[in-house]
Each structure stands twice: as C-alpha cells, then as structure tokens.
Design a protein around this ligand. Structure first.
Ligand SMILES: NC(=O)c1ccc[n+]([C@@H]2O[C@H](COP(=O)([O-])OP(=O)(O)OC[C@H]3O[C@@H](n4cnc5c(N)ncnc54)[C@H](O)[C@@H]3O)[C@@H](O)[C@H]2O)c1
Ligand SMILES: O=C(O)[C@H](O)[C@H](O)COP(=O)(O)O
Length: 378
C-alpha cells in the first residue's frame, strides 16, 4: 500500500510504517500528479483535498486529516468516490484553550484587570470552546456560551444571545469555517458587527481567519476603534494582511493548537481510524513516542493568585514568545509557514505535576495540570 503523508505530521513513520510504503509531501504545494498512486492520503489543514487534487488518482481508499478543522476537505466528493474520510476531532482542543489562557493572563497583567471581574462570551461551544469554558469558569469569570446549532440540537447547557456576545468584555471565537446554511460563520464578524464593539473589549480568534472580515477590522483599527485583538488565524493564510499587525496586541501564525501532545494525538487518531479501516489491531500509542517534557514538577506554597497562575502557566507556554517571533519572521519570504514548520516544542499543562496545598487541587485540575496534594497552608 502507498501512503502519502504531509511532511509536518509528527510520528508518521512510527505510526504508519507497518501499513506500507511511506511518501512525504509538502502540504501547500502537493499536486494531483504526485498523488496519482496513493492508496492512503494523510493531510493537515493547508491542503485542499478535492477533485482538483484527486482527479488523476483512481485507487485512493482513505483520506485523513490530523486536524480538528475540516473546511479544506470536499467531503461530498470523497463520499461520491467511496473514499473513507476521518478527521481528528478535539485532538488539539487543550492547546487552543491554553493559548487563550496565556493570552488573557498576559493582557490582564498589561491592562491591569482581574479576570474574575470579566464576562467572556465563547462563540462555538464544541470541543475547543468547551475546553476554554472549563478553564475560565474554574477561574471565576462569568462565562457565556453562544452556539445556536448546538442549542437547537438539544444541548442542555445555558446559551446566550448574539446581543450578549457583542456586549461581553471578552469574546473568544471557536467556530468552524462555514459559508453556507443557516449558521454561516464566514465574516460572522463583519463591518456591521465589528462597529458594535468598542476599544474596552477583547476579541480573540483562534478558529479560522475568515470568521472576522480582516479588511473591515483594519479599517476600524485605522480609525482607532478596535477592541484589543488576539489573532492566531487570519484571512488568506499564509499571505495575510500585514497592515493589521501593528493593531493586534497578540499575533501568531495559526499555532494555537500546536502543542506536541495535541499534534501527536491527531496522528494517533488517524492511526486508530486506519487500523479500523484495514482491520488490524492497534499496537502503537502516542505516549510511546512523545518525549519527556523539559519541566515536569513544580511546588507551589501559596494560594494561587492571578500573578502566581500566570507564572505557572508560562512555565509551560508563554504566548509572548510566539508573538515576538512572528513579528520578526513575517517579513521573511514564507515567514508564516516557516514559523509553523519549525515551531519549537510546546507541551500541554498536563505534562506538569504541580504539588500544591490541598485547597488548590481542584482549580489546578480544572486548568489541566497534574495536581498533587501537599499539606494545607495554616
Ligand atoms: N487555531 C488553531 O490552531 C485551531 C485549532 C483547532 C481548531 N481550530 C478551529 O476551531 C474550530 C472549532 O473547533 P472545535 O474543536 O471546537 O470544533 P467543534 O466542531 O467541536 O465545535 C464547533 C462548534 O461551533 C458551533 N457553531 C457552528 N456554527 C456556529 C455559528 N454560526 N454560531 C455559533 N456556533 C456555531 C458548532 O455547533 C459546534 O458546537 C475548528 O473547526 C477549526 O477551524 C483552530
Ligand atoms: O484545525 C485544526 O486542528 C488546527 O487549525 C490545526 O492546528 C491546524 O494546523 P495545520 O494543519 O495547519 O498544521
């Protein structure tokens, strides 16, 4: 069997060598000619899998994307050709939530506010939105969820209106890219919605760039009216609107989900799907391949205040590192993609054991740490 794999899917050799001959390709430039004899195709979000890419291939049986988003896949076309498709739902949801947490802690320090005083509207209450909710709710923010499709489907959590979204102190976007149907998300934040926001609010987008009309945002920013912005995703990646950058407080090149753990989980999920498709037993586990973290234990002697939490989170992941590097790299040819490709190792909070007073264990666990109980503070 011939298996064609995006070169940026980690641990592909370890997981897939048993299935046959592996061929690696560059996700942005792969062509129909290259894939002519592929039996299995494994991609990331930068490869559009459609008729244009697959029309020369007559033997493809399985397509997998090691990502949560599936907007780059023409699933209807794959269905017509009877090609099995699997994605990796939720694989990097923890990394996205940790990106949001780091960003908010940085902003809270810079702008001198307490997270607990803020209302946050989470737009999209699926895997990533729920992971954000769990963490921010544990920190005492007033969290509101906005997700009409889920609400309609009978999800029994409390949901808010779009009016409440645009009036929240913090708005965090976690929707898929959808351009048709009853609940499209492309330009959900268009000029009309953006003009209802103000400079006291914070708007974070770690979903897909197209959810915010970037040109309308730029216009608003040039007039000095934009909310504080955290943008991980952009319209027209990798050729983004660079003029926006000076107006964005935290800017990164679509790396919110890029922890080693999240990526490895994505590969592992495709491995499981392929084992099922081919009818073989699962013999490999991501944890056999993923290396130990650089920092694995820490002790906290006090009650966790916001400054202590910021220090703790940033022992593992500090979004300012990525923001600084991005601003340096974006002017290089291919800077956006080079930074993604050479992204330095980032781990999830779950790789850190935190030894803390017993009263802090619940919070630490809700934030994703491995919490170990220490004697209570007197
Ligand atoms: N920046 C990154 O690195 C990164 C990482 C992972 C995922 N993502 C993006 O984030 C998206 C969401 O991921 P997820 O794991 O939470 O997906 P998910 O499918 O679990 O949840 C998405 C939720 O959005 C809701 N939704 C759809 N249309 C909506 C609308 N118009 N208004 C409000 N809610 C709506 C859906 O009902 C669903 O509950 C992905 O599709 C992907 O594009 C980005
Ligand atoms: O949808 C996802 O899972 C994320 O957007 C993912 O992190 C994108 O990473 P890429 O496939 O572009 O490497």
């Amino acid at each position: 069997m011939k298996i064609y794999i995006d070169e940026n899917i980690p641990y592909a050799k370890q997981f897939f060598s048993d299935f046959g001959e592996l061929h690696f390709f560059s996700g942005r430039t792969v062509t129909a000619e290259q894939l002519i004899d592929a039996d299995i195709l494994l991609v990331r979000s930068i490869t559009n899998v459609d008729e244009k890419l697959l029309h020369l291939n007559k033997c493809l049986k399985f397509v997998g994307t090691a990502t949560i988003g599936t907007d780059h896949i023409d699933q209807q076309y794959l269905q017509q050709r009877d090609i099995t498709f699997n994605s990796a739902p939720g694989c990097n949801k923890i990394s996205v939530a940790e990106y949001i947490l780091s960003s908010l802690l940085v902003l809270a320090e810079k702008m001198q506010f307490q997270l607990v005083d803020k209302t946050v509207a989470i737009v999209g209450a699926g895997n990533t939105g729920s992971a954000v909710y769990e963490r921010l709710n544990a920190l005492g923010l007033n969290c509101k969820l906005y997700d009409p499709p889920l609400q309609l489907a009978g999800d029994n959590r409390a949901f808010c209106s779009f009016d409440e979204v645009i009036n929240a102190d913090i708005i965090s976007l976690h929707v898929p890219k959808v351009s048709v149907g009853d609940y499209p998300t492309v330009h959900m934040f268009d000029a009309n919605v953006l003009k209802q926001l103000n400079h006291k609010q914070i708007l974070l987008n770690a979903s897909r760039g197209e959810v915010i009309d970037n040109q309308a945002l730029l216009k608003m920013a040039k007039a000095g009216l934009q909310p504080t912005l955290v943008l991980d995703v952009w319209e027209h990646e990798p050729t983004i609107e660079k003029a926006l950058l000076p107006f964005v407080e935290i800017a990164t090149p679509h790396i919110a989900g890029y922890s080693l753990d999240g990526k490895a989980r994505g590969t592992e999920m495709l491995y499981h799907a392929l084992c099922q498709k081919v009818g073989v037993n699962i013999t490999h586990k991501a944890q056999d391949f993923v290396v130990k973290p650089a920092i694995s234990d820490v002790t906290i002697e006090e009650i966790i205040t916001q400054p202590i939490l910021k220090k703790l989170i940033h022992l593992i992941f500090d979004v300012r590192r990525d923001d600084a590097l991005f601003r340096q790299m974006i002017d290089q040819d291919d800077g956006f993609d080079i930074m993604r490709k050479t992204y330095s190792e980032r781990r999830e909070m779950s790789t850190l054991s935190v030894n803390a007073p017993a009263s802090q264990t619940q919070l630490l666990q809700a934030l994703g740490f491995k919490a170990e109980c220490k004697r209570e503070i007197k």
